[in-house]
Design a protein around this ligand. Structure first.
Ligand code: ATP
Ligand code: ZN
Length: 675
């Protein structure tokens, strides 16, 4: 037994080592980093570990999440990891929880029961949530992440160091919509088009014609609206064919649904674009594709830029794509563009079917078969189908449609494997990076427990052989952070019995005698929903429950003058022994005293924007988070713009609406411009 801990004791010292066995640590995530980290902290001597994960074990996890075996597939990650790792040290208590960390029972009081939180998550939303809960509960957090060969560990300790949200995070890759719509120059543009535009158009929800009527009423450009109507009409016919034609015999003489789709998007739409001569003065025009000629092998793409350079001289991604995938650029490009048969490309090995380069003919056949498969699913009762990288039918469709579009625009094609990576935004997980990061997390956790704050470091694992690790001293919190610069407090209450105004006035101390009875002008939010403002008090007498403000949520009390910091009121539950006849509300004592605010220069990530005067809505109003500026109109160079709901969908996929390619995306930390 002593042999087991001898090294840890020698390294950590008796005092810290003893403390570890009592330290209550929460580990969120039992995936790639989580499994490594759980093993590390068990072996280091942590004695009281709560392990939480919402997921079950998948076959694809087994290559790196070594606490799991094949027999564990479909079991809870938290439960299996806890069981496996418990065997590493008989003195450890691991409490597994199979749940989402965002569930209401994991409220601020629950977070306060831990001495330390370790994040091993894979998404921004959950990371942000844990960051805020740790700031609210004043519990130190070690945040981490890996992406391929890159990794980062960030210790977070309230008021001493930046929190996770002090530095806004780039969330999505974005492309100007006109690039996607009519002037693609890279394979990714065609992949995004197939995945985010074509699939929803054909297999997604039907466009609501009402949106166009509404836009017309709002006085939007009549020409644009007419074009949109025409476009909607054209897709309507294709959608109907997909849903009604008999199960496809694509080779039959009548035009199959697949042929109709093909004719619209790879021929008619391109012909339409070509008719706008102005568009093609400075860039190579696309070539309309011919279904029958590709099928019978007589189609040829007479493009001037098969060497990967557009007619205007600007390089396309051809060379780069070839190098990056190791597939030898121009030879493949030739093959892809000229429609040579797939049989000649099998040199890369039959076992690597997904990695094989596809000829134009291959792509057409894949397009037909995947369209028929998807249409068959619609006819079998599936209402809508959207892209999912693990859904073979949609992946085949996106691969084929993207490659056909690429061919029309003189862009090299991609293998199914590459399309899966690109469309699914997949960065391969690397076990070694996870292992390095998990080790670094423990080192930072130990600094936190020793209170050696000067030793804390932001550590990056980077792709630089000369300096694989970089350790940066901690930065103080950003004065403008919308999370850690707020003042946190907790109200324990029964949301079914307390009203909004009771909580807000209670927290502000209205009537408590210390503010001359003068109530500060405030707006109240739950997340981004406005619940009240100085001119709108309709919700004041509603219960928190009726406003859906319940355990685990926060009420944000924002000073209307912007003079004081925002108060974040965490909603907790009444203690079990709370007398039934007592008020259903326990206010914090002392009441929070928010400091004077440093005036922000720009909106911070999560501070709700101050409300404008507005009519009282029937129900709660959603306001948009401050996000990348989007222009109202869409590419006038493109043949057809996007309806509002299409725009929404594209925006969710990380696309930004720009008037034209020349317009710059307004500087926004949440946006990475790719094009
Ligand atoms: N909100 C959440 N609550 C609890 N656990 C979460 C939450 N969000 C993510 N997780 C867990 O965090 C872990 C992250 O691990 P990892 O990055 O290895 O992802 P994975 O899903 O296991 O693998 P991959 O995404 O590569 O298939 C996952 O096990 C996931 O279930
Ligand atoms: Zn912060």
């Amino acid at each position: 037994m002593s042999g087991r801990s001898a090294h840890a004791k020698a390294i950590l010292g008796q005092e810290l080592f003893s403390r570890l066995s009592q330290t209550k640590v929460l580990l969120v995530g039992a995936g790639g980093i989580g499994c490594e980290l759980l093993k590390n902290i068990v072996l280091t001597g942590f004695g009281d570990i709560t392990l939480l994960d919402l997921d079950t074990i998948d076959l694809s996890n087994l290559n790196r999440q070594f606490l799991f075996r094949k027999k564990d597939i479909k079991q809870s990650k938290a439960l299996v990891a806890a069981k496996t790792a418990s065997a590493f040290n008989p003195n450890v208590k691991i409490t597994p929880i199979h749940a989402n960390i965002k569930e209401p029972q994991f409220d601020v009081a629950w977070f306060k029961s831990f001495d330390l939180v370790l994040n091993a998550l894979d998404n921004l939303d959950a990371r942000r949530h844990v960051n805020k809960m740790c700031v609210a509960a004043d519990v130190p957090l070690v945040e981490s992440g890996t992406a391929g060969y890159l990794g980062q560990v960030q210790p977070i300790i309230k008021d001493r160091a930046e929190c996770f949200d002090c530095v806004p995070k780039p969330t999505t890759k974005t492309f100007p919509v006109c690039t996607i719509r009519s002037t693609p120059s890279q394979p990714i543009h065609c992949i995004v088009w197939a995945k985010s535009y074509l699939i929803p158009q054909l297999f997604g929800e039907e466009e609501d014609g009402g949106e166009l009527d509404e836009a017309e009423k709002q006085g939007e450009n009549a020409k644009e609206i007419a074009a949109l109507r025409k476009e909607a009409q054209a897709f309507k016919a294709v959608r109907a064919a997909l849903r009604s034609s008999p199960t496809g015999d694509a080779s039959s003489s009548g035009p199959s649904a697949a042929k109709m789709v093909f004719g619209k998007v790879f021929n008619a739409d391109i012909l339409n674009l070509l008719s706008m001569a102005d568009m093609w003065r400075s860039r190579a025009p696309p070539t309309p594709l011919d279904f029958d000629k590709i099928r019978d092998g007589t189609f040829s793409l007479n493009r001037p830029q098969q060497n990967g350079v557009h007619a205007n001289g600007s390089a396309t991604a051809n060379g780069k794509a070839g190098e990056a995938s190791g597939s030898g650029g121009s030879a493949i490009t030739e093959k892809l563009l000229n429609g040579s048969s797939s049989s000649s490309t099998s040199a890369s090995g039959a076992g690597l079917k997904d990695q094989r380069a596809l000829s134009l003919q291959d792509n057409l056949e894949l397009f037909i078969s995947s369209t028929e498969r998807l249409a068959g699913r619609l006819r079998a009762g599936e209402e809508t189908i959207l892209f999912d990288k693990d859904d073979d039918d949609t992946l085949d469709f996106v691969t084929a449609a993207a490659n056909l579009r690429s061919a029309a625009y003189g862009i090299p094609g991609k293998s199914r494997w590459e399309v899966k990576e690109m469309a699914g935004n997949i960065i391969p997980a690397i076990a070694t990076t996870n292992a390095i990061i998990a080790g670094l997390i423990v080192l930072q956790a130990l600094h936190l427990l020793r209170r050696s704050y000067h030793a804390l470091r932001n550590v990056h694992v980077q792709f630089k052989p000369s300096m694989p690790l970089s350790a940066i001293a901690m930065c103080p919190p950003s004065s403008f952070c919308g999370v850690c610069r707020d003042t946190y407090t907790e109200v324990r209450c029964d949301p079914a019995r307390v009203t909004l105004v009771e909580v807000v006035d209670g927290v502000l101390g209205v009537g408590a005698g210390d503010d001359d009875g003068e109530r500060r002008e405030v707006s109240v939010y739950e997340d981004k929903r406005v619940l009240s403002d100085p001119d709108w008090d309709d919700n004041n007498d509603r219960t928190l429950e009726s406003l859906n403000v319940t355990r685990g949520k926060f009420l944000s009390i924002v000073d209307e003058e912007g003079e004081y910091a925002t108060i974040q009121v965490a909603i907790g539950v009444l203690p079990p022994n709370h007398p039934v006849d007592a008020p259903a509300l326990i206010l914090p004592s002392p009441l929070p005293k928010p400091p004077k605010k440093v005036k922000p220069r720009a909106p911070t990530p999560s501070t709700p924007v101050s409300s404008k005067k507005r009519p009282a809505p029937d129900d709660i109003e959603e306001i948009d988070a401050p996000a990348a500026k989007r222009s109202k109109t869409v590419a006038d160079t493109a043949a057809v713009p996007f309806t509002p709901s299409k725009k929404r969908r594209l925006e969710e996929d990380g696309l930004i609406m720009l008037d034209n390619a020349e317009e710059k995306i307004e500087e926004d930390p949440d946006v990475i411009e790719i094009d």
